[in-house]
Design a protein. Sequence first.
Length: 146
Amino acid sequence: MLFHPLKDFVKGWNRVDWGQTHKVDVPLQLARSEYYDALVLPGGVMSVDSLRLNLTAIEFVRSFFLSNKPVAAICHGPQLLIDADVVNGRTLTSFASIRIDLENAGATWIDRKVITHNGLITSRNADDITAFTDQILKEFNFAMHH
């Protein structure tokens, strides 16, 4: 499912230029964590920076943690977790440039392809996507069967 706070379509970024356009399935204002089993936060600087200013997005993310549902975040995605106030005491990884931000928010940051800690799966960047998706499939499948 794709979410966006204001639009019917979202456009991706493909390294140096705009990528594909995708139809939004559910506007953010209508999305509720109780409708979903898990959440994946993609990386990217522009999208995460925009979502960090959106209180609805922050509350949506926080609600997955309050419900003890699995969450995965890659690259700059963990920045949104800072604003959702859910990184304190967690061990995670991310794009290296946000390490200090995460540590200042109380996280323990480790430079590793993928880290899973208390239902949170994090990964560094697109180069680690295979390890990230493998761990998502493993963790989400486990969570949905227990």
